[in-house]
Design a protein around this ligand. Structure first.
Ligand code: HEM
Length: 242
């Protein structure tokens, strides 16, 4: 029996516990669980927003998909656009040649450095970053030999992340303004930026959702490739030892 099941003799089906700075609410009956997971699921489905995210929750409510404090209108709109324009089978298929091109560039880059030590994590990061930047803006935004991200000091993360984000947004805004001036409604959409413009997004919205998509897309894939690389090396080592 969990401790809160014992506590229920003295409390109602909802118990709140403060664990350090976190408030944890436990629903300890089938009815309370249904209220939380079904009736009020949208209000209660937002992710916990870490302190380093340099925006207040009322701003995130208007801009964010991943860091949305709850899954209401903005989340629904952004989720729908991503599902239709980025993650649908049709969208994935129509971007196959872009992915092949980027992997080809990665292979050429590595081929030209045969025998040299290469930081595979950084090169893969830039490849994935450029794949996402082409989906969003039809442009390469990284060079393969550059570091993807400046090193961050954990003690001053929020400030550093804020500076990094503001600098990046300032550069993106120039591209966005250029595209906005030549954008024609109802013409075929080239990339996700055209989709944002067709939906009347302002610069803040475009910058923020683009940053979320970059971080969601690059870190996950780079991590998977590094894990795959470590596993392959371990397998090869144990094969050689056996
Ligand atoms: C191997 C690659 C990937 C893995 C393992 C992965 C994993 C995940 C997981 C587990 C979640 C759910 C998180 C949660 O509910 O708290 C998620 C959400 C999400 N991912 Fe990925 N992801 C990958 C690649 C990508 C890429 C390439 C993109 C976009 C370019 C992307 C965009 C998103 C977005 C926008 C969400 C949030 C959806 C929402 O809030 O409804 N992911 N991903």
């Amino acid at each position: 029996m969990f401790p809160w099941q014992k506590l229920r003799k003295f409390t109602g089906p909802l118990i709140s516990l403060r664990l350090g700075t976190q408030l944890l609410v436990v629903g300890s009956s089938a009815e309370a669980a249904a209220e939380i997971l079904k009736t009020h699921d949208r209000f209660l489905s937002g992710r916990h927003v870490p302190q380093v995210i340099p925006r207040d929750s009322h701003v995130l409510r208007r801009l964010a998909l991943i860091w949305s404090p709850e899954c209401m209108d903005t989340w629904r709109l952004l989720r729908g656009l991503c599902r239709a324009e980025l993650f649908s089978a049709k969208a994935i298929e129509s971007n196959a040649s872009l992915r092949e091109k980027k992997v080809g560039e990665l292979m050429d880059f590595l081929g030209a450095r045969e025998g040299e030590v290469v930081s595979i994590g950084e090169v893969v990061f830039s490849t994935v970053f450029n794949t996402v930047s082409n989906l969003l803006f039809s442009n390469d935004l990284a060079r393969l030999e550059e570091k993807g991200m400046a090193r961050l000091d954990p003690q001053r993360l929020r400030r550093q992340l804020a500076n990094l984000i503001e600098g990046t947004f300032a550069r993106w805004t120039i591209n966005v303004k250029e595209r906005r001036s030549s954008f024609v409604h109802d013409s075929p959409k080239r990339d996700f930026l055209d989709v944002f413009l067709a939906n009347g997004f302002d610069d803040d919205q475009i910058n923020w959702i683009s940053a979320e998509l970059f971080s969601a897309g690059t870190d996950t894939i780079c991590h998977d490739i590094r894990v795959g690389d470590v596993r392959a090396t371990e397998e090869q080592r144990s094969y050689e030892e056996s």
